[in-house]
Design a protein. Structure first.
Length: 492
């Protein structure tokens, strides 16, 4: 969020995202719940296999570098494909998008199953050979494309749920995601530990088939979206226009991007740290139990919403998350780590619901897919940068340093003496960096502008036309990012 000074004036021409009344049919909430349950089933499947792959690779290779690369590649693909996914969601009916996503995921998982059956595990686990990367990339592709459904789900909140219930619906999304995380965390560890990777893959394929069959029974009432002649597959211009028309929105996306840059540290190192404290089967159970934090956080939002200013709520939650991230490994105690993860996960649905609620209100419905896609692109691009950097840094420099006498003498008074003090040191600095960044965000003009824009209850007319006519470049350069805050550009 950029601070240019001055008052937080709210210009005309930015519109609420409320679609026409015809787009919010009777029984829309019931339809939304059906879509939500189906998406949860799909998320369970991909998370189950993705967690299992991460556990399996680390246990068999003991390579922090390999798990960091796998996690970073996942986020990198989300970044590369976010704009594509958003454009697809805006240009096609949401049900059609979800079906195509499910079919692709099924084909990817079947392909991975064929690779596993054809080769011995030793060949697949050889990091110097091609088959490890082919096997991981195939599972990765299925998991990434499944995220197309999550963008579509965010737009169905606007399509099917009244505006005053958006925060509550987004809280339900967080609750369901927590349930999915709980189930997959527990059963991924148990599946790898008791059944092996082959049966784990077979279970994921079966669940994907079940979710697809259920999806085909659902109907989402929606008119065929209008097509723009000659439109590109990646509609950067349309996404940038929709973002520019809402002052402060680009700053929100930029903040989330920087926050995810720090979050990449946890993505790369949380599992390796946990697996130094717990057996893989126990670690899966720990993640499952702590995932009740997702459920509680989402349930709180579903019940009470996010307050009058969801943006303020989001920033306060991020500060709390930074403090937790800095302190939950301050000692090599399993209960402290588990409690910290539980509290951390409680905050995740609050933060994600707040960002989605703001976008759903201030962005026109016809552009929301591209805005959510652009947000996914910016935010997801940040985490793999950190993951790719921090994994080798931790593996080859920080961890050996903290195992040396010099590291113990310098940091032992604060971090104690344990097996993974190097990872703890990385978490400490990352958490405090998150706190400082968020405190600075509170002082920005963009925060004041977007907060004032959200508080407006009267929809301004002509937002779609304004978004379409806004003069924007076809690519977003660093210069545009800097200038965007001054001009009211917005932006995991």
């Amino acid at each position: 969020m950029s601070d240019r000074g001055g008052s937080a004036e709210v210009p005309d021409g930015a519109a609420d995202a409320v679609p026409p009344a015809a787009l919010q049919p009777a029984g829309g909430m019931r339809t939304f719940l059906g879509v939500l349950v189906n998406t949860a089933a799909a998320n369970v499947t991909t998370s189950f296999l993705w967690f299992a792959l991460t556990f399996w690779v680390f246990l068999e290779t003991r390579s922090v570098l390999a798990t960091g690369i796998i996690g970073g590649a996942y986020m990198l693909l989300l970044a590369v494909l976010g704009m594509v996914f958003g454009t697809i969601v805006d240009r096609h009916r949401k049900h059609r998008v979800m079906v195509v996503s499910a079919l692709f995921t099924l084909v990817a998982f079947l392909t991975a199953g064929v690779v596993y059956l054809m080769l011995p595990e030793a060949a697949i686990l050889d990091l110097s050979g091609p088959w490890f990367w082919i096997f991981s990339a195939t599972i990765l592709a299925g998991a990434v494309v499944e995220n197309l459904r999550n963008i579509a789900l965010s737009t169905t909140v606007t399509l099917l749920v009244p505006t005053e219930r958006h925060a509550n619906a987004n809280g339900l999304v967080g609750t369901v995601q927590g349930l999915a995380f709980l189930v997959t965390s527990v059963f991924s560890g148990l599946a790898v530990g008791l059944l092996g990777m082959g049966w784990t893959l077979a279970i994921a394929i079966g669940l994907t088939v079940v979710a697809l069959a259920h999806l085909l029974t659902l109907r989402i009432p929606e008119e065929e979206p209008e097509r723009t002649p000659g439109a590109k597959a990646i509609d950067i211009r349309g996404a940038a226009a929709a973002i520019r028309v809402v002052p402060g929105l680009f700053a929100l996306i930029l903040f989330s991007t920087l926050n995810n840059l720090i979050g990449g540290v946890y993505m790369a190192l949380m599992d390796p740290y946990g697996l130094t404290l717990f057996d893989v089967k126990i670690w899966g159970v720990v993640l499952g139990v702590t995932a009740t934090g997702f459920i509680i956080g989402g349930a709180v939002v579903a019940k009470w919403g996010l307050g009058r200013n969801p943006l303020r709520t989001m920033l306060l939650a991020v500060i709390a998350m930074g403090l937790l991230g800095a302190l939950f490994t301050i000692r090599d105690w399993w209960w402290l780590y588990a409690a910290g993860i539980w509290a951390y996960m409680t905050l995740v649905p609050i933060i994600e619901s707040a960002e989605q609620t703001v976008i759903q209100k201030v962005v026109p419905f016809t552009s929301q897919g591209r805005v959510f896609g652009a947000a996914a692109t910016f935010e997801a691009a940040a985490a793999p940068v950190t993951a790719f950097l921090i994994a080798p840094i931790a593996q080859f420099w920080v961890i050996p340093y903290m195992e040396s006498d010099a590291g113990r003498d310098a940091w032992g008074w604060l971090l104690g003496d344990g097996q993974a003090r190097g990872i703890a040191l990385v978490f400490l600095f990352a958490g405090f960096a998150m706190v400082v960044l968020t405190l600075l965000a509170f002082t920005t003009r963009s925060y004041r502008i977007l907060s004032a824009r959200y508080s407006r209850s009267d929809p301004a007319p002509g937002a779609d036309a304004a978004a379409s006519a806004a003069p924007v470049p076809t690519v977003i350069s660093p210069k545009d990012v800097i200038a965007g805050s001054a001009e009211g550009d917005p932006r995991r």
